[in-house]
Design a protein around this ligand. Structure first.
Ligand code: 7GP
Length: 825
């Protein structure tokens, strides 16, 4: 145990921590510790932890202030944080004292951590990436704010009823959030609607202002982001909305009853709920309101903070950079222009110069249905001044296109920011941003050569790649303590803050003793997951079987359908050839479907129906099990990654921008079964093709079929009898005896061009055979325990590149230009 003075830091003792917890029990609950229920214990401990970090939090911001550092504002509609408490504790230098104190109080740290609701303020990859980035920024000591929305209801809770997904509101704030701090002093006003008015000042210059608007008050709540053992505590600032003038009799008397009620309602609805779409745009007015709400509040605050210390607004870019997490925060461009011109009275050219030095844009998908486009009517009604500014940006941008490509009308039509009655947010982000990046090498190349080709040709200097990463502190150190300890035992603990060190494990890959140790840890983690499955699903699974796992959002392009169709194929094989040797397998799925995504929801029902039949067929002697884990989220993901043997990364090539789950599996020693898509390409490059199972069409082949046609799924259906049999089982009631038509839409999506515009848009049948072969190779490889263990260890050893610490260092060096800060308390 370390106590006393280390590096000028007065370390906490376990006695002090125990005292804090018992004081909390008294002050908050009027109880002694032994009288608390589990949730109250969590709260008493969480408040104590907040108390421990608060001095470092203050100190961090003092240092930032004193050094007058440049700061990145990571603007994102989503931060998929998961649970905070356990992660904060492992990051604190006094973690051992806290753990000791908790034990001495007779509390179980796992039970306490389990009480915390996930902060699910995000959908999937994009939101979780933002969370990993905040962890890395704090650990590396970079000045950063996350800026987002404090949704009252986060991502819905998924219940499975009769095999179908049901969405239940996730009331994560019901008992309050012990770790947040409400900052009334930073509240600000956000204006919607009305009209713009021109006026002329005493010098004859004309200005614009907004009149007749509705206002809401934005209230920030700060959450601490604790760096690893470095005293740095950064801030995630999420905004809540309140009516500016609360509904009262005055308004009523004035006859403004309606206006007052409307403002109250607007405030209530705006931060009510996260839109549950992943890689899909909903186009709802409320969504645009959410975007402007948090962007206006965040940008106003950043500019004000800068001006509190500096005189010259024209040098804003020296201290402030805004990173736009996809196009959702693109209103930053218009809002910053508005503030610079209407509040700080800059001329257009001056304001444009500042703005374009301050904003950068990350693209996270090429799925066309995710591209944000807003109808002019809606946009100009809701945000009249921003719209006016965007019109002028568009006018000038179109002129510059014409200058560069004289007479090429096509260019202007394709690249304009406003065209065909719509405002195109990606075009605005690229025109204004000084940096445009993709999230994996392949993805960036596709952006440059296909999706954003015109923009790349005109402004190649803006484009760059930043391959995603994940934080090893949550996804190995916290999620897989057994493996983390084993790694540290072999190579020391530098990997925790510098994952490239994990390469030193490579020398143990061939060592028989190490292989056995590794497989034993994997076995224990599989047992932990098996217990979770038994408790939550009531299904027995054998930890000695191959755990083949696909967890991610449910989306057609991610091809959970390919996976379950293959399971149906395997089942047919076992039934037809009971004598054949077959290595037992457990297929694990976890996925939420967007509430309105019919075919995705039907796929969940299919997986559960297949599971029902297979799991209850005694004749196959447990050779095959299928599990659908209800309510997949960050907290149970931590258990799932640790237990996987096989990582399913089977998206249609070219569609998955990067993927980050693939990296979490790799770091936990699972072998990738995947297509050459997203970051899989780089994973295979690091670990070697012999330590992964790669199959299927390449992205070039997919793009070629999409552009030139020539793919006919019906031909495969007619020629491949295994495929045919599986597909027929979708419509002959094999998995739906009570309603044989139930899965007809899935069948049609693969074969029938009458009911969908394109049959098998995601090339499932095209890749089916190759997938079957790759799965056979998995089985063969697993039978050879030495070979498997070696490959698994090599996966861990070669995961160094995929730390979000590496990603953040690249953002800092190429885009943000921040300086590291040291904090001493
Ligand atoms: C995701 C991509 O689908 C995933 O491949 C990537 O790893 C992740 O972003 C982080 O970069 N995109 C989304 O989650 C999403 O909703 C639409 O994108 C804006």
């Amino acid at each position: 145990m370390r106590t006393g003075l280390i590096n000028d830091v007065v370390e906490l003792t376990s006695e002090q921590f125990k005292f804090k917890v018992s004081e909390n029990a008294k002050n908050i609950f009027r109880k002694t510790i032994d009288e608390l229920d589990d949730r109250q214990k969590f709260q008493a401990v969480a408040y104590a932890v907040k108390d421990v970090i608060i001095d470092e939090w203050i100190a961090t911001h003092r240092v930032y202030d004193k050094k007058d550092v440049k700061t990145v504002y990571y603007l994102s509609m989503e931060f998929l944080m998961g649970r905070a408490l356990g992660n904060i504790i492992i990051n604190l230098s006094c973690r051992d004292e806290i753990k000791k104190a908790i034990k001495e109080l007779g509390l179980d740290i796992n039970v306490i951590e389990d009480q915390e609701p996930d902060a699910a303020l995000g959908n999937g990859g994009l939101g979780r990436l933002a969370a990993c980035f905040l962890d890395s920024l704090a650990t590396l000591g970079y000045p950063a704010y996350g800026c987002g929305i404090r949704y009252k209801y986060g991502f819905f809770q998924q219940k499975i009823e009769d095999g179908y997904q049901k969405e239940v509101p996730e009331d994560w704030l019901r008992y309050g959030n012990p770790l947040e701090v409400r900052r009334d002093e930073y509240a600000c006003e956000v204006k919607f609607g009305g009209y713009t008015r021109t006026f002329t000042d005493e010098n004859g210059r004309s200005h614009f202002t907004q009149d007749g608007y509705q206002s809401i008050r934005a209230i920030p709540y700060d959450l601490p982001i604790v760096g690893y053992s470095n005293n740095v505590v950064n801030t995630l600032r999420i905004w809540d909305a309140e009516p500016l003038v609360s509904f009262n009799l005055d308004e009523f008397d004035k006859g403004d009853y309606h206006a007052a009620v409307e403002q109250e309602n607007l405030a209530k609805t705006i931060t009510e709920v996260l839109y549950p779409n992943d890689n899909h745009m909903s186009g709802k007015e409320l969504r645009l309101k959410q975007q402007y709400f948090f962007i206006s509040a965040s940008v106003q605050t950043a500019v004000k903070k800068y001006m509190d210390k500096h005189k010259d607004i024209k040098k804003l870019h020296e201290k402030v950079v805004f990173q736009m997490n996809d196009t959702h925060p693109t209103l930053t461009v218009a809002e910053l222009m508005r503030i610079l011109m209407d509040v700080y009275m800059l001329e257009w050219d001056e304001a444009w110069e500042v703005t374009t030095k301050c904003v950068a844009y990350t693209n996270h998908t090429i799925m066309s249905e995710a591209l944000e486009k807003w109808p002019i009517e809606l946009f100009s009604r809701l945000l009249p001044r921003c719209y006016q500014i965007i019109e002028e940006i568009n006018r000038r941008f179109c002129i510059s296109i014409e200058e560069k490509y004289p007479g090429d009308r096509g260019k202007v039509e394709r690249m304009a920011i406003i065209y065909d009655g719509q405002v195109k947010m990606a075009h605005l982000a690229i025109a204004a941003g000084f940096s445009v990046n993709g999230v994996a090498r392949l993805h960036t190349e596709i952006l440059k050569n296909q999706e954003l080709k015109d923009f790349y040709e005109m402004m190649p200097e803006k484009f760059n790649n930043k391959t995603n990463g994940i934080t090893q502190r949550r996804f190995l150190l916290h999620a897989n303590p057994l493996l983390a300890e084993w790694v540290t035992g072999k190579i020391g603990d530098e990997w925790i803050t510098n994952l490239s060190h994990i390469k030193e494990l490579e020398v143990y890959a061939d060592d028989r003793k190490c292989q056995k140790e590794f497989m034993n840890i994997k076995y224990k983690n599989k047992k932990r997951l098996a217990e979770y499955i038994k408790k939550h699903n009531g299904i027995d699974v054998d930890p000695r079987s191959i755990f083949d796992v696909q967890v991610k959002r449910l989306h057609e392009y991610k091809r959970q359908l390919l996976n379950i169709l293959h399971v149906m194929y395997l089942y047919n094989e076992i039934k037809e050839h009971p004598e054949k040797e077959f290595y037992p397998r457990t297929f694990v799925f976890g996925a939420k479907a967007a509430a309105g995504y019919k075919i995705a929801k039907l796929t969940i029902k299919l997986i559960n129906s297949v599971a029902d039949v297979i799991n209850n067929d005694a004749s196959i002697e447990g050779k095959l099990k299928v599990v659908f884990i209800e309510d997949y989220k960050v907290s149970n993901a931590e258990i799932i990654f640790a237990a996987a043997d096989v990582s399913e990364q089977i998206s249609t090539a070219s569609k998955e921008a990067s993927g980050t789950g693939n990296m979490k599996f790799m770091l936990n020693g699972a072998l990738t079964l995947g297509t050459m898509d997203g970051a899989n390409v780089e994973i295979v490059e690091e670990v070697g093709e012999e330590n992964a199972f790669i199959f299927g069409l390449s992205s070039d082949e997919v793009i070629n079929y999409e552009q030139n046609g020539g793919y006919d799924p019906m031909k495969i259906f007619n020629e491949d009898m295994d495929v045919r049999k599986v597909l027929m089982q979708l419509i002959n009631g094999f998995y739906a005896p009570d309603d044989p038509e139930r899965f007809r839409d899935i069948y049609n999506s693969l074969l029938n061009t009458k009911s969908t515009d394109v049959a098998d848009r995601y090339f499932i049948l095209k890749d089916f055979r190759a997938y079957i072969e790759a799965q056979k190779a998995v089985e063969e490889a697993y039978k050879d325990e030495k070979r498997w263990a070696k490959s698994a260890i090599l996966n861990v050893a070669n995961a160094g590149k995929f730390s979000s610490d590496r990603t953040i260092e690249e953002y800092v060096k190429d885009i943000w230009k921040l300086k590291k800060v040291k904090v001493e308390v």
